[in-house]
Design a protein around this ligand. Structure first.
Ligand SMILES: [Zn+2]
Length: 400
């Protein structure tokens, strides 16, 4: 089996021949110490931390950074000058009175992300192929733009489909351009494949949302190939971990990120155990984070990857709490192949589903997860839009 292309990318980026655990950990400790020194010299947010650690294990003794810290003190975490900032990504949060979380990126950070995306996508994008990019295009190096740049570097042709188009517009792109590859969220991909069973797509990378088993299995059956899940988040530079040809977990960008898994009390767990993912972004230029609690639940796979790489792999990643409920619902609802998409809200103790069907069907379950459920379906029309532009969740549930 071919080794993950990420392995070669890390070796090239770091100028090393071999990439066993020893080399990876040397790279991580060296970069961590450079970061701690930088914080001290610039009087950064982390200036009171030691300016040098002797071993990677010592990282465990440093305090966590939480989402709350990021919301309240994010601007103090920036290590570059204002003019060095190329892009600020804001995200509304449900915590801390709905204040936005801001993450700052320099041109160097964005370049690194494009380069990582190109390495990850090189497993499934080949020269001359068209890639339908269904991620947000927000101008000035948004996520969609960075993915399109990476596709271009692989000599592929990006199609900027974005996340704001109707089914009619998306199907037009599919029919007219005939892309081979899809990059986007899993449910919108499944909707398209259900609406247009005869299509040109043969491979797909999914990211930015949970991918329940029902959805994954049907996508893989319809494409005739395995799916490439990716994990990333705004806080750590968008690109984080990507699937290799073994299709057993996602290799982490370990030369740029140090991963730990912790339990609810913040104790570091051994490999193989499930817990919260904590990341330290040792390569970040504008806004490095030390021991950031992502709120994402996963584990580091304990066995070496069949592809032969020593780079660690994350198992599937779940958001904590309310998104998990939506993932469970999706797993159940998409078993009905008439469903194109639906949104879910909770009022009192009742769930309300509203969505689109390809053709009528009446025998949906009367309760899900112990809650009664009411439906409002309509037959899908070409001007309808996918129900969620971002992560799928049950609205009205966050108050619980
Ligand atoms: Zn692998």
């Amino acid at each position: 089996m071919k080794r993950t292309n990420l392995d070669g990318w890390i070796r090239r980026q770091e100028g090393v021949q071999d990439l066993e655990r020893k080399q990876i950990e040397e790279i991580q400790l060296r970069k961590l110490n450079i970061l701690l020194k930088r914080e001290k010299e610039r009087g950064g947010f982390y200036r009171s931390l030691p300016d040098r650690l002797d071993t990677l294990e010592d990282l465990r003794r440093l305090p966590f950074t939480t989402e709350k810290d990021l919301i309240r003190e994010g601007h103090r975490m920036v290590l570059t000058s204002q003019s060095g900032i190329e892009r600020v990504r804001s995200q509304e949060t449900s915590g801390t009175a709905g204040k936005a979380k801001r993450v700052y990126y320099s041109a160097k950070d964005n370049e690194r992300t494009v380069s990582f995306f190109a390495a990850g996508l090189s497993e499934l994008v080949f020269p001359g192929e068209k890639v339908m990019v269904c991620m947000p295009f927000s101008g000035n190096r948004g996520l969609g733009e960075l993915i399109a740049e990476a596709v271009g570097r692989l000599k592929g042709i990006p199609l900027a489909a974005g996340t704001g188009r109707s089914y009619g517009e998306l199907l037009d792109i599919l029919d007219v351009e005939r892309p081979q590859v899809f990059v986007g969220m899993p449910v919108p991909l499944l909707s398209l494949l259900r609406l247009r069973p005869e299509n040109s797509l043969v491979r797909a990378l999914v990211s930015a949302d949970a991918c329940p088993d029902t959805v994954r299995k049907e996508i893989e059956a319809r494409l005739g190939t395995r799916l490439y899940p990716h994990y990333g988040s705004r806080e750590i530079g968008l690109g984080g971990a990507v699937t290799c040809p073994a299709f057993e977990g996602m290799h982490l960008r370990e030369n740029d990120l140090i991963a730990e898994i912790v339990d609810e009390e913040g104790r570091v767990l051994p490999r193989g155990e499930w817990g919260e993912l904590v990341l330290t972004s040792i390569e970040a230029d504008a806004m490095p984070l030390i021991r950031y609690r992502t709120g994402d639940i996963t584990r580091i796979l304990p066995e070496p990857c069949p592809c032969g790489s020593a780079v660690i792999r994350l198992d599937r990643v779940r958001r904590r709490s309310r998104c998990t409920a939506m993932e469970k619902l999706d797993d159940r609802m998409f078993q009905y192949e008439e469903v194109v998409d639906y949104r879910m809200r909770m009022e009192g103790d009742t769930l309300y589903a509203e969505g689109y069907l390809r053709k009528d069907r009446a025998d949906f379950p009367e309760e899900l997860e112990g809650y009664p459920i009411r439906y409002r379906w309509k037959t899908v029309a070409m001007e309808d839009m996918p129900c969620y532009a971002g992560k799928r969740k049950i609205t009205g549930m966050e108050k619980r």
